[in-house]
Design a protein around this ligand. Structure first.
Ligand code: FAD
Length: 375
């Protein structure tokens, strides 16, 4: 609100600053308290990577329509809603009647958003899942809007594929906006800083076994404010190269809880069940099944096109005064100001092709120490 309109509103109790509000300088970022004794939890999850991109495909099997919907790599939360709209379109094309009950298998980011999208289109939905939040891989996600993270290998990123990805990213972004401004804060905008010791043109070391990824970010660059290089006197970090960016952050526990609550409120049922073979789909009462099993599809379907990519995030004691993200380029560390804690994620050299779910505390402590050097 501009100064004039505040005065016009006649709010006598308001003390106005001497400068016009539109020119007020942003407050300096509060220092992150990053020390290993503040680590209160370590979560490990698997990104379901497919070099060809996510599998969103309809099949007739066991006398049913089976829609496969998995393989969203490091972009599952970001792309979820747009991807769910694709799954819905396949369901509608299969001849499913409005109001018909549909089975969704999986209760991660993809299963939950698919279930909600089907409900909003008028379907009754029964969710079947081996595990539910917080025990799903999606619960271990960092929570940045990263629709281009490990989503496809360069060799499979044809122009039609990228056009379709862009439409999915834009559709998803639009739905995420509808979750802003809610009391539990499932989705929030935050500033962030990419910092670097060597400069932004210095080459980044790859990880063992990783393919090349296409540069997709430019296709959706208009969806968020432009970044800005910052001079030494404009930031408090102990590193010479700093750029500011602005990005959507997902408070994952709040988002999952809200989706589960909305799902139940609209009559959704959640059944705990593990499928050991796709033949078990045949025994479900629903005629249409949407398979959102993420990395679970690798085992359930024996899908050799899937590669597990391990990821580990440390939760530090929440610091509500920290409202910015940090990406430490060249050090592989990301820190996020989530409501449930200050999150510190670090990629390991051998995470690609790795499905080891055991936490490695030394790895997180090392990431926290590297981050601490900035303050
Ligand atoms: C460390 C890390 C950081 C990440 N950061 C981000 C980020 O910042 N932004 C972003 O957009 N994405 C991020 N991701 C990626 C994102 O989390 C994934 O793309 C997403 O979790 C995939 O969701 P999903 O629902 O497909 O899989 P999952 O979350 O694994 O859910 C699969 C569901 O299927 C069920 N299931 C599996 N097999 C069976 C079976 N046989 N029978 C019954 N049920 C079964 C499971 O129990 C579960 O309910 C990150 C991932 C990790 C690991």
């Amino acid at each position: 609100m501009k100064r004039r309109s505040l005065l016009a509103a006649g709010s006598a109790a308001l003390t106005l600053p001497a400068w016009p509000l539109e020119f007020a300088a942003p407050h300096p970022p509060a220092a992150m308290r990053v020390s290993t004794d503040r680590i209160v939890d370590i979560a490990v999850g698997i990104r379901p990577f497919r070099a060809q991109g996510p599998r969103i495909e309809s099949q007739k099997r066991f006398g049913k329509t089976v829609i496969h919907h998995y393989g969203h790599g490091g972009s599952g939360w970001s792309l979820s809603w747009g991807s769910a709209q694709r799954a819905l379109a396949l369901l509608q094309a299969s001849g499913a009647k409005p109001g018909e009950r549909v089975a969704v298998i999986g209760c991660g980011a993809i299963g939950l958003t698919t279930a909600r999208t089907l409900q909003q289109a008028g379907h009754k939905v029964r969710l079947y899942a081996k595990d539910r939040p917080p025990l799903v891989h999606s619960s271990a996600a960092t929570g940045l809007w990263t629709p281009d993270s490990r989503i496809v290998a360069s060799e499979h990123a044809s122009e039609p594929w990228m056009v379709s990805w862009e439409a999915m990213a834009r559709a998803s972004f639009k739905v995420h906006q509808g979750y802003l401004g809610l009391p539990s804060g499932p989705v929030e905008w935050h500033d962030g800083y990419v910092v670097s010791d060597e400069g932004f043109n210095a080459p980044l070391g790859g990880h063992v076994g990783e393919p090349d990824y296409p540069d997709l970010a430019g296709r959706v660059a208009d969806l968020r404010p432009q970044g800005k290089a910052m001079a030494a006197d404009e930031h408090p970090f102990r590193t010479p190269h700093v750029r500011r960016f602005t990005q959507l952050v997902f408070n994952i526990p709040a988002y999952q809880r809200l989706l589960l609550d909305d799902f139940a409120r609209d009559g959704g049922e959640l059944v705990q069940r593990e499928f050991r073979s796709p033949r078990e789909f045949a025994r479900l009462p629903e005629k249409c099944v949407v398979n959102c099993t993420g990395d679970g599809a690798r085992l359930l379907l024996g899908d050799a096109s899937m590669t597990p990519v391990r990821g580990q995030t440390a939760h530090l004691v929440p610091q509500p005064e920290v409202d910015y993200a940090l990406i430490y380029r060249g050090q592989n560390v990301v820190a996020l100001p989530r409501r449930d804690g200050l999150l510190v994620a670090a990629m390991g050299e051998h995470d690609f092709g790795n499905d080891d779910l055991r936490p490695d505390r030394a790895h997180s402590e090392d990431a926290v120490r590297r981050l601490a050097r900035l303050f």
